[in-house]
Design a protein around this ligand. Sequence first.
Ligand SMILES: Nc1ncnc2c1ncn2[C@@H]1O[C@H](COP(=O)(O)OP(=O)(O)O)[C@@H](O)[C@H]1O
Ligand SMILES: Cc1ncsc1CCOP(=O)(O)O
Ligand SMILES: [Mg+2]
Length: 261
Amino acid sequence: MNTETIVAGLKQVRESKPLVVNITNYVVMNNSANALLALGASPIMAHSQQEMAEMMSFAGALVINIGTLDSAWTPRMIHAVEQANLNKKTVVLDPVGCGASVLRTETSRQIAAWAESLIIRGNASEIIALAGERAQSKGVDALDSSEAAVGAARYLVEAYNCNVVVSGATDYVVTSQGETQLNNGHEMMPYVTGMGCSLSALTGAFAAVGENTGLAAAAVMGVVGEIAAERAKGPGSLQVEILDALYQLDEATLLKRLKIS
Ligand SMILES: Nc1ncnc2c1ncn2[C@@H]1O[C@H](COP(=O)(O)OP(=O)(O)O)[C@@H](O)[C@H]1O
Ligand SMILES: Cc1ncsc1CCOP(=O)(O)O
Ligand SMILES: [Mg+2]
């Protein structure tokens, strides 16, 4: 059942090329746009309140990534979430660096509370901090294991009526129905900035075609990370190989490589 959902989601994204609106950070705008294109979706990075109502009327989903947050961004993010709600579009929240500062933690909670259809995708330390537990977060990288964040993810599912993807060596997709584990990916992936942000962007593409758990995106990202690592010499080539692997990914390879439980 799960694997069927993943494969069907990939097919649908490629067929319908959904527009994914991203309010994302300065570090990863290019990576995230390229990841969406390589998957088969259509990205737009849009920040202005003046165009968000129009954008959300025809977009498939909204991705909010707080990576380079400042006070000017917060009202834009809230406005975009309001427009997504009005148009019944799913919001993917990437709470980058949640727990590293009060600003990031409080803004993440504000956005999560505002969104009516929500997927949260974060690393373990971010998910733990968002749930109000003590995380080991100092910056944007996880210092906790994804296993340690499953309880926090379950709390967030209840608190915000959402689905949660905790990424890491094992990815956990947590919904009100329970948890799914994915054991793909590669240990070199955290040495490239924006891998988690790309995963969040892909989550938006799948949400646009109705796959609202985050599972398909995590599966695809893990499998392409693994394929790319076999070809890469280090983080530089891994970044490029991931785009190529995303573009080349076929259903048979996805199913053969998938380590899901
Ligand atoms: N140690 C690891 N082994 C395998 N895959 C990993 C590992 N760490 C991260 N990944 C993969 O890298 C991607 C980004 O996850 P993560 O590093 O947790 O996000 P972030 O960049 O937000 O901290 C996910 O697809 C995840 O599965
Ligand atoms: C390094 C950095 N600083 C602010 S946003 C950002 C990118 C984080 O990307 P990811 O969480 O996907 O590694
Ligand atoms: Mg991140």
